[in-house]
Design a protein around this ligand. Structure first.
Ligand SMILES: Nc1ncnc2c1ncn2[C@@H]1O[C@H](COP(=O)(O)OP(=O)(O)OP(=O)(O)O)[C@@H](O)[C@H]1O
Length: 301
């Protein structure tokens, strides 16, 4: 069953349409990423799911319940806002203790979440004195309080350093293993590629693509295999004979081979059979390029 279901959401700000009929489902116990260029409608969607704003039309269901009617469902959710605006006069620890009380989470959990985000040492400093990354860490810690069943994060990687990103990946994977459903928006495609089980690409208030990152790559780049060999001549002569090879591009050490269909196995067998010594053979996984092409297609270019 899906933890989050959104049906036909519409939202206008004056004459600006932010959401133009968005439907999506976030499957339970998986990580779903919402992608899209600036202004696509991602934050508007997250704000409606978390009931911070009302939609003009459409429905939201969290565990099958309407959160606009069943406020109790919020005890089961952790939420990280885009560019969190935390009270500067509190320390990180004070904020978390306050949140724990509001969420009816035992105070001891504050220690655990501070450790998770590496903020134990800085916990007693006032938020006013925190760096951007530290604020983000505390916002994440707040969302982790009480082990939420759904974790919703709007651009969690803004301001975070590579060490935290690495740690975050472990934390999120661990949470998912324990059954948490995660929904995040992000412009950090490398993080998305490593984390997301499913992505929704939003463009001008509509879902333009839904699938895995691999499917996004296959649809917008096609099947491209990257080969590395010291035996380029032999390789090229084999490739010339194969009707499923659409194009070949040469780079310094690599050769990119575009296929008309997913004939990876056949190609590898053929190369081995004809004695081409292949050092590396892998699918082109350039999510950034696939994303760029998807946006161009969405834009009708
Ligand atoms: N409070 C508001 N008043 C008026 N227009 C708004 C408001 N909030 C968002 N918009 C507009 O709605 C559209 C969607 O904005 P939204 O913030 O949801 O996009 P986003 O995909 O989250 O963008 P970003 O990647 O830049 O965070 C944009 O055109 C934006 O200008």
């Amino acid at each position: 069953m899906e933890a989050i279901r959104v049906e036909n959401l519409e939202k206008r700000y004056g004459d600006k349409t932010a959401l133009n009929g968005v439907s999506l489902q976030a499957p339970s116990g998986l990580i779903t990423a919402i992608l899209g260029p600036n202004g696509a409608g991602k934050t508007t969607l997250i704000r409606i799911i978390t009931t911070l704003i009302f939609p003009d039309k459409g429905n939201v269901f969290l565990f099958g319940e309407d959160p606009f009617k069943e406020k109790k469902v919020f005890n089961r959710i952790g939420y990280v806002q885009e560019l969190p605006n935390l009270p500067p006069f509190l320390s990180g620890r004070e904020l978390l203790e306050l949140s724990a009380r509001l969420k009816s989470v035992p105070k001891e959990d504050v220690k655990r979440v501070l450790e998770m985000v590496g903020m134990t040492e800085n916990a007693n400093k006032k938020i006013a004195k925190y760096s951007k990354g530290m604020i983000q860490r505390i916002a994440l810690a707040e969302a982790f309080l009480g082990n939420p069943e759904i974790l919703i994060m709007d651009e969690p990687n803004v301001g975070t350093d590579p060490i935290l990103n690495l740690r975050m990946r472990d934390i999120l994977n661990e949470m998912v293993k324990n059954g948490t459903t995660i929904v995040m928006t992000s412009h950090e495609l490398e993080e998305v590629k490593k984390l997301a089980d499913k992505v929704f690409l939003i463009y001008r208030g509509k879902v333009f693509f839904e699938g895995t990152t691999e499917e996004l790559i296959l649809r917008f780049i096609g099947v491209r295999v990257i080969l590395e060999t010291d035996d380029k001549e032999n390789l090229l002569s084999v490739l010339k004979d194969l009707d499923y090879v659409k194009g070949v591009e040469m780079y310094k050490e690599k050769i990119s081979v575009e296929l008309v269909r997913d004939a990876r196995e056949e190609l590898l067998k053929e190369l081995i059979l004809r004695g081409v010594k292949v050092k590396a053979f892998y699918l082109d996984q350039d999510l950034e390029q696939a994303y760029e092409r998807a946006i161009k297609e969405a834009d009708g270019k």
